[in-house]
Design a protein around this ligand. Structure first.
Ligand SMILES: [Zn+2]
Length: 335
């Protein structure tokens, strides 16, 4: 990893000045050449088991590519828990295969890619260190509404006090007027709020640990992803990701943000709504076809009562036009 110079001269990562690599971006081949074909991805996190909400979004991502002859990549987002939950990653891969998902090229694991994220941090420097707690930031404004993120007001950008001893800094990107980030979502439509209005100066690393928002951009670029299908809970940080694409000199992908699956109470599907893990249905003897058909009916690819036996059977039925623009309220009676 001769290209990685970030943090070499500092004990715990220092992104406060421009790095020497900034003027000499490292050129290396993408993880896989996709030859101009559309390329999507499945990006599960091993912190929780796959449940119906994940599966519905993955179905859209997979079918979209298989319907147009595109490529599908699999990336395990294990950045937060690189050492733990190794078995969880294997379990979710098994769940995906059981449902009929496949993918092209090797599986990418974020925990293997830390040097690349650090290199990108060097190119994005200068960043400034922030020592605010979440409570500090919350205290400076009214609480965010559902679907919003906590906006950082830039407190530490003007900080003159020395760094508090023993505190690990969050490294934030100072946004300028050119860091707009607005875009037109292929599913959710025009996004009219800027990165500054949504997130403010956002965090790119905590200490030396790269933030999710950065890792995803680096991976999606280097994996040649052209189309990102994901839950619309990520909408508020997408302008921030567009800022990173621009700052790094890359072209943003096309985004398709799909409404989440929620419980009868309108909250994101979770344990309190019962066990909607794929593994639980499998253990109860529910077939992949029954799960896939139920979710396909909620996307308008099958008529009420109609079913298929495999994921591949849905390829000719796929359309993004029939997917409702409102959250899916899940109940097992839909199975
Ligand atoms: Zn701060």
């Amino acid at each position: 990893m001769g290209a990685v110079t970030v943090g070499e001269s500092a004990t715990s990562g220092d992104f406060s000045s421009a790095s020497p690599v900034q003027d000499q971006p490292v050129v290396r081949p993408r993880l896989e050449s996709v030859g101009g074909r559309p390329c999507g991805r499945l990006a599960p996190s091993p912190t929780g088991a796959l449940h119906l909400g994940n599966i519905r979004t993955f179905m859209v991502a997979w079918l979209q590519m298989r319907a147009c002859g595109g490529t599908v990549r699999l990336r395990i987002e294990d950045l937060d828990h690189p050492k733990h939950k190794a078995g969880a990653a294997d379990a979710l891969i098994e769940d995906l295969r059981w449902l009929g998902f496949d993918w092209d090229g090797p599986i990418v694991k974020q925990s293997d890619r830390l040097p690349y994220y650090k290199e990108a941090l060097g190119r994005l420097a200068p960043l400034y260190p922030c020592f605010c707690s979440r409570a500090d930031i919350q205290g400076a404004q009214s609480a965010p509404h559902p679907g919003e993120v906590l906006r950082y007001p830039g407190t530490c950008r003007r900080r003159v006090d020395p760094a508090p001893e023993g505190r690990i800094p969050a490294w934030r990107l100072p946004l300028g007027p050119e860091d707009d980030g607005r875009y037109v979502d292929a599913f959710a439509g025009p996004q009219t709020k800027t990165a500054d209005a949504l997130t403010g100066d956002f965090v790119l690393a905590r200490g030396e640990d790269p933030a999710y928002v950065l890792a995803v951009v680096v991976d999606d670029h280097e994996m040649g992803i052209t189309d990102i299908v994901r839950g619309d809970d990520i909408l508020p940080v997408t302008p921030a990701q567009n800022v990173l694409y621009r700052r790094l000199g890359w072209t943003p992908p096309t985004y398709w943000h799909i409404p989440l699956v929620v419980g009868p109470d309108g909250l994101r599907l979770a344990k309190r709504h019962g066990d909607t893990r794929v593994s639980a249905y499998r253990a109860a003897g529910v077939t992949p076809g029954r799960i896939l058909s139920a979710l396909a009916r909620t996307c308008g690819w099958l008529a009420p009562g109609e079913s298929v036996s495999s994921l591949a059977d849905l390829i000719p039925r796929f359309s993004s036009d029939t997917i409702p623009h409102t959250p899916l309220v899940w109940h097992d009676s839909l199975l």
